[in-house]
Design a protein around this ligand. Structure first.
Ligand SMILES: Cc1cc2nc3c(=O)[nH]c(=O)nc-3n(C[C@H](O)[C@H](O)[C@H](O)COP(=O)(O)OP(=O)(O)OC[C@H]3O[C@@H](n4cnc5c(N)ncnc54)[C@H](O)[C@@H]3O)c2cc1C
Length: 455
């Protein structure tokens, strides 16, 4: 019998419960559906589409090495899969669970034909609950519950052998499309499962220094696994177990738990990329980017031409490589929202289009965190000073690399002056506080922003 294996953001064969289940049940027909049209779908932006196309090609090559291939179809996923199942007489469609809100209606349309396996996170959704039995809204107790639960299940190996179903005649020619945005020439990373494994192996010797060095953007101290994890080329539990028992592992495992927490938040707030968790922020008077004085500010930020060396270096690293260091993501995000007073959703969308690791849960949580409108976020009144951040995290080497015209961390012809911008941001905050009749930006209820994990 034919078993359709529907790949989504689980583009791997190791620790892939859907692949294992399909292989155990019968002849596998692996398929990926490029779907830009189903209700609510947010298609990948340019940079992440670049990664995706290469990841699909790598998966196709891995399947071919086993005697199969990846069929890539286009259209409404539910319709495309239902018609493929009819055409092939498939018994089931196997898939790994996903968190993004657009999947549930598509899955519902497939009804009993769809068999869901595994999770994109360390633990199944809902496995960790508060003492009152509800979902977590604050990171530190979520982390504590994680620690109390113990290590996630060990990863399972790739299926030993796979028998493949023939691809239906009319579809045999469909391969993996190529896509490159015009700015992709310098993108970093090797998409695909082998690339993910190599990135993890390269990171292992750095785990012990991670906690001390991860905030220094000039250093190559982090794993660079984010796009691999987003596309599921490696499972988070495989990452967890690879470092388990190593000196310093916990600091890095904690970041994997932040990723789980972002998935938790997106389940609670599916519209997190659009709607601030703290309602008071809906009334914030953001800068009008079409009129003076804000005209041109968004473009200056995007192009790395704000006059602030660390901000400009970060934005140029993003444009050239499709990735930006986490500390710098916080600095450029804070600068957009607080110094320029520009709506965080415009920053979220720019990242969506330019990050190869663009990820709905992580990006929405990151932007709500830097803005201070997230449920567990840095308070709005904590404004990163780009110069102070560059000094504290020894960023001159990073600035020299990405914005070499700057000779120091000090601004040159800045589009806004730090002190005035800070005062304007605090005035905007005071206005929404007044409107909300008190505190609008309580910040992290447990001090999560300041607990060293992110701040
Ligand atoms: C404004 C803003 C936007 C962001 N947008 C994204 C995004 O679209 N996609 C994305 O994957 N990450 C995003 N992040 C989180 C973080 O910056 C990246 O995950 C990290 O820089 C990736 O580099 P790395 O793989 O070397 O991370 P490492 O430090 O090696 O961490 C290992 C893994 O843990 C996870 N992780 C690390 N930090 C965080 C975090 N703060 N929140 C959630 N998960 C985390 C990632 O999956 C990462 O690959 C954003 C952060 C901010 C402040």
């Amino acid at each position: 019998m034919v078993e359709i294996l529907w790949f989504r953001q689980d583009l791997r064969l190791a620790d892939q419960p859907a692949a294992s289940a399909a292989a155990a049940a019968g002849e596998v027909l692996p398929v990926y559906v490029w779907d830009e049209v189903s209700d609510g779908v947010r298609p990948p932006g340019g940079a992440s589409r670049w990664w995706l196309m290469r990841s699909l090609a790598a998966l196709d090559a891995d399947l071919r090495a086993r005697g199969g291939r990846l069929l890539v179809l286009e259209g409404r996923a539910a319709d495309v899969l239902a018609s493929l199942a009819r055409e092939t007489g498939a018994r089931a469609i196997h898939a790994t669970r996903q968190t993004e809100p657009w999947w549930a209606p598509i899955e519902a349309k497939l009804g009993g034909l769809l068999k869901l396996h595994g999770w994109p996170t360390l633990h199944p959704a809902g496995a960790l609950v508060t003492k009152a039995g509800g979902p977590f809204r604050v990171f530190t107790p979520f982390w504590r519950a994680h620690v109390a639960k113990g290590a996630p299940a060990a990863p399972c190996p790739a299926p030993g052998t796979m028998r493949f179903a023939p691809v239906p005649g009319g579809l045999a020619g469909r391969g993996v499309p190529r896509f490159s945005p015009r700015w992709a020439a310098g993108f970093d990373g090797v998409p695909g499962e082998a690339g993910a494994r190599a990135a993890l192996a390269a990171f292992l010797p750095k785990v012990s220094a991670y906690a001390a060095r991860r905030d220094f953007p000039a250093e190559d101290a982090t794993s660079r696994l984010s796009a691999h994890l987003h596309f599921g080329e490696i499972s988070p539990r495989a990452c967890w177990h690879a470092v388990e028992g190593r000196d310093g592992a916990e600091a890095w495992q904690r970041q994997l738990v932040w990723r789980d927490f972002a998935h938790e938040l997106i389940r609670q707030h599916p519209d997190s990329a659009e709607v601030p968790h703290r309602q008071a922020f809906a009334a914030m008077a953001w800068t009008d980017v079409e009129r003076e004085p804000g005209r041109g500010w968004l473009e200056a930020w995007q192009a790395g031409r704000t006059g602030y060396p660390l901000v400009d270096a970060g934005m140029r690293q993003l444009w050239r490589t499709g990735w930006m260091h986490n500390r710098v993501r916080m600095v450029v995000g804070s600068f957009l929202v607080k110094h320029l007073g520009i709506d965080w959703r415009l920053g979220e969308r720019w990242f969506w289009d330019t990050l190869t690791d663009a990820d709905l849960p992580n990006n929405a949580m990151g932007w709500q965190w830097v803005t201070g409108c997230g449920v567990d976020a840095q308070p709005f009144h904590r404004i990163f000073a780009p110069v102070g951040q560059a000094e504290r995290f020894d960023a001159m080497g990073y600035i020299r690399r990405w914005a070499p015209e700057y000779r120091s961390v000090e601004p040159v012809d800045p589009i806004v002056e730090h002190g005035a911008a800070r005062a304007a941001a605090l005035a905007r905050l005071a206005a929404i506080r007044k409107e909300a009749g008190g505190a609008a930006d309580g910040g992290a209820a447990d001090g999560g922003a300041a607990d060293g994990a992110r701040g």
